[in-house]
Ligand binder design. Structure first.
Ligand SMILES: Cc1cc2nc3c(=O)[nH]c(=O)nc-3n(C[C@H](O)[C@H](O)[C@H](O)COP(=O)(O)OP(=O)(O)OC[C@H]3O[C@@H](n4cnc5c(N)ncnc54)[C@H](O)[C@@H]3O)c2cc1C
Length: 577
């Protein structure tokens, strides 16, 4: 026997991340057509198994070997290239080619499904991928979102020219996408954009600096710039499509000046770009760059919410495993009351984010189908998940790290990577303040509150709840809506409360939606989580439920089987209030 390893530290590496999460398939079934849900089962199972072993190993390697910028060939030709580690390229192949994650919203034929898949399918799969690798999910989402924006606003000739290469699963023929908005003086404040667009025949030439450009060597990028002579402010900003390579095979006239040395997403390159008369095509209407780019940004924000949900799930899966397997003071960690409390505080935001992810994905599907009120609902659910889930992911990944003890701080485990990556979610695609203010904007400009109220009422009507819990939830909805409405109507005077409003709406939406999921699934476990959300997050000053030594708290943390079906009467008996 190896005496150095008589008491090995628990390690779940190699086990499937799909099987570790018995509720994923059940919850997804509520948001997917039955036949598609059935069709995806083997794909989810395979991806979950890969994410638990091979992809996790590749991600760890890619994180330790960030990309580098090469500006000359070995023969001395000026030729810029980003050298990616083979581990990252292997991850790209799985995501873009094997699973077609950037293509599946835009065409049929991906994973053997004849039509484009709804967003919920893409996010169910990506939710597993991101548990292994976060960095790659940025290029993946940007390729998907660029394709969406190009199809929505681009001239037919431009779409015809580039669509096939954006949605192919042939890795060698694939064009990835990027989004270059941010400048030194124009980050949150896009109206300050200075990059110039000079008309040149049927195209434009772009001049100036872009300060943060992820996937900087992407074949195609959406870029914001100001056409010469355009007015100051937002009305002068237009959207352009910038190819990396011109039709004659030459590299377009822009340089990657340097790559950023980042805290997280180290596997993926982010750089600075100098545009030196680069040829680009106007997308959509001149002067509507921000409005059109907003569609791409919103899609990316939803993807960011999904990524935060996935990071939290991975953190939770690791923490629950360690707590069930490791012993201290003669007991398993999960049996210790204070550890139980800590684990439940990881589980609640994790479950909330997943519910919100599917809610927002479904609203997007309905909005794209032109359903009345669905656009306004998507408009508010998207910044809600981007704001709250990304913030929660910072805490959850940090607290889950602590559950592993000292090992959690060591770079050969997944925890440090999760923590580093999680911190980015709250910064890019709009910082927390900007996204919280966007929640208020959606209320003011897009009448999002009536849409949200109708939606929540519809969910609540379909819930099996005791009269007492129903009344508590109804009060909570009205309270959150009233506060949001007051802040929106104050026209800036109460903007300091925007984050509080966003959190309030997020918590109440997830509590109601989770109770609806519990009812549809007949899941006592989910109903209990819904009510914990109500007690812990919607009404945090209520009695501390974690103090109660109730057996079902332990069950929530220990039961790894799919939920059993319960009757409506049993569901209504779930009472915490
Ligand atoms: C790793 C990484 C990759 C990135 N990749 C890309 C990319 O591919 N493409 C791209 O275009 N950008 C990218 N970005 C840029 C990112 O989106 C911006 O950094 C972000 O939007 C913030 O802009 P800023 O850095 O200019 O900060 P600022 O806008 O200067 O913000 C600074 C602070 O001020 C706060 N603030 C600003 N306005 C308000 C307000 N009205 N009320 C209250 N607070 C406010 C912000 O919340 C923030 O805390 C990336 C950033 C990082 C870190």
């Amino acid at each position: 026997m190896d005496e150095s390893n008589a008491h090995p530290v628990p390690d779940r590496h190699g086990a499937s991340l799909y099987e570790a999460d018995p509720d994923l398939s059940a919850v997804a079934s509520l948001y997917l057509p039955e036949d598609l849900h059935r069709h995806l089962q083997p794909h989810l199972a395979r991806l979950g198994a890969l994410a638990g072993r091979e992809l996790d190993e590749l991600a760890l390697t890619a994180d330790k070997h960030p990309p580098t910028l090469q500006s000359r060939s070995r023969t001395g030709r000026d030729e810029q290239r980003i050298v990616k580690h083979p581990a990252y390229v292997a991850l790209e192949k799985v995501a873009f080619a094997d699973y077609g994650l950037a293509a599946m919203s835009h065409r049929g034929g991906v994973l053997g499904w004849p039509t484009p898949m709804p967003a919920a399918a893409k996010y169910a799969l990506s939710y597993l991928l991101v548990q292994a690798e976060f960095g790659l999910c940025c290029p993946l989402s940007m390729t998907d979102s660029l394709t969406r924006t190009l199809r929505k606003f681009g001239a037919p000739a431009l779409v015809d020219k580039y669509l096939d290469q954006l949605v192919t699963q042939d890795f060698e023929a694939l064009s990835q996408g990027a989004m270059f908005m941010t400048e030194q003086a124009a980050g949150s404040d896009i109206a300050a954009t200075e990059v110039r667009a000079q008309p040149d025949g049927d195209a434009y030439r772009l001049w100036g600096d872009k300060w943060f450009c992820s996937n900087p060597d992407a074949a195609l990028a959406m870029v914001l710039a100001r056409i010469d002579g355009a007015p100051d402010g937002m009305a002068g900003v237009s959207l352009f499509l910038l190819p990396r390579t011109l039709d004659d095979g030459r590299t377009n006239d822009y340089r990657i000046v340097r790559l950023k040395d980042k805290l997280g997403t180290r596997s993926m390159a982010s750089g600075e770009i100098r545009l030196e008369g680069a040829r680009a095509w106007l997308v959509g209407e001149a002067g509507r760059g921000f409005q059109q780019m907003a569609d791409m940004v919103n899609n990316s924000r939803l993807s960011n919410g999904m990524r935060a949900a996935g990071l939290m799930r991975r953190a939770c899966t690791e923490a629950l495993y360690v707590a069930r397997e490791r012993r201290a003071f003669g007991r398993r960690l999960v049996e210790l009351p204070l550890m139980r409390r800590q684990l439940l505080k990881l589980l609640l935001p994790t479950e909330q984010a997943r519910t919100m992810l599917f809610q927002a994905a479904d609203a997007l599907r309905r909005s794209d189908a032109g359903e009345e009120g669905a656009y306004a609902l998507t408009r508010i659910l998207t910044p809600l998940i981007k704001f709250r889930a990304c913030r929660d992911a910072r805490r959850v990944t940090g607290d889950a790290m602590e559950v592993r003890g000292g090992c959690g701080y060591i770079e050969e485990w997944s925890d440090p990577r999760l923590l580093r990556d999680a911190h980015l979610g709250s910064i890019w695609e709009g910082t927390s303040n900007i996204v919280a203010l966007d929640v208020i904007r959606s209320i003011r400009r897009d009448a999002a509150l009536p849409a949200l109220r109708r939606h929540l009422q519809g969910l609540l009507d379909a819930c099996a709840l005791s009269p007492k819990v129903r009344a508590t939830l109804t009060d909570a909805i009205e309270g959150a809506l009233a506060q949001a409405s007051a802040v929106a109507e104050a026209r800036g005077a109460l903007d300091h409360a925007a984050r509080e409003v966003a959190s309030g709406l997020y918590h109440v939406t997830t509590a109601v939606a989770m109770a609806w999921e519990a009812t549809r699934l007949g899941s006592i476990r989910r109903m209990r989580i819904a009510q914990l959300v109500l007690r812990e997050r919607v009404r945090p000053h209520a009695r501390d439920v974690f103090a109660a030594e109730t057996p079902w708290l332990a069950e929530l943390l220990e039961d790894t089987r799919p939920a059993m079906r319960a009757s409506a009467a049993d569901l209504q008996s779930v009472e915490l209030t």
